[in-house]
Write a protein that binds this ligand. Structure first.
Ligand code: ADE
Length: 234
């Protein structure tokens, strides 16, 4: 069994990297910027953590970098399961709180519109399958589940909110559907584990809340992911 995590930012991944004492495999994806950390917690059971790397003096985030990293990881590592883990926005009125961790029961894009062509519009939104074991794992870890919707922006535009509300979105991120898209093409099961940094129905500016709560949310993610890996590799 080989589990490969795709985690966008180093700050989101670091507490998890520390918990498993994974070692960086320098230059594993060169010339791509994504970085690979690996460990073998038990004989024949592998854990890989892939972060997206950096460009323009910032950690890469978003769909393009997530797709590149996921495809590179799938082609090089042949994992049995991909887990996209990271932070997200969510809504207090839907029960969310800062640092609360969820497992995705479904995942789609919310900012890809093709008005006038239902088939392309449907393709744009994606609605990719998540790993069939996701719900059982959420139950074992006593985590709530919810729909992840992905877009290319941290802010929330009214036209995106219309789609999120119509589709029952609960967790807003910038990578989940891109990772799931690549997994749907390559036939690798995917699970999503997300921790809330900011509340979309709060008046605090999103970036401010995201930066303020990034450490807490990443620590909570690491706690959950440590237990998830122990269960999955047991
Ligand atoms: N990641 C963390 N918070 C987010 C938000 N509000 N939107 C998209 N991605 C996020």
């Amino acid at each position: 069994m080989h589990i490969c995590y795709i985690i966008a930012m180093q700050a989101e991944a670091q507490p998890f990297i520390d918990a498993f004492n994974v070692k960086e495999q320098e230059g594993a994806f060169a010339p791509l910027p994504c970085r690979l950390y690996q460990a073998e917690p038990k004989a024949g059971k592998k854990l890989s953590i892939v972060t997206l790397g950096r460009q323009h003096e910032r950690d890469l985030v978003g769909c393009e970098a997530a797709s590149v990293a996921t495809l590179a990881a799938v082609e090089k590592l042949h994992p049995d399961l991909v887990v996209n883990s990271g932070t997200c926005g969510a809504w207090a009125r839907k029960g969310a709180d800062i640092g609360k961790v969820y497992v995705a029961d479904s995942v789609m894009f919310h900012d890809r519109r093709v008005p006038g062509d239902d088939d392309w519009d449907t393709q744009g939104l994606g609605n990719y399958p998540v790993w069939e074991g996701s719900m059982e794992l959420a139950e074992k870890l006593a985590l709530e589940t919810g729909k992840v919707t992905t877009g290319s922006s941290l802010d929330l535009q009214p036209c995106d909110e219309v789609i999120i509300e119509r589709e029952g979105g609960e967790l807003k991120d910038m990578e989940g559907a891109a990772v799931a898209f690549v997994c749907s093409l390559t036939g690798v099961p995917v699970m999503l584990v997300k921790s809330v940094t900011d509340l979309c129905d709060d008046s605090a500016p999103t970036l401010e809340a995201f930066l303020k709560n990034l450490h807490l949310a990443s620590e909570r993610l690491a706690e959950v992911n440590r237990k998830a890996v122990e269960l999955l590799l047991s």
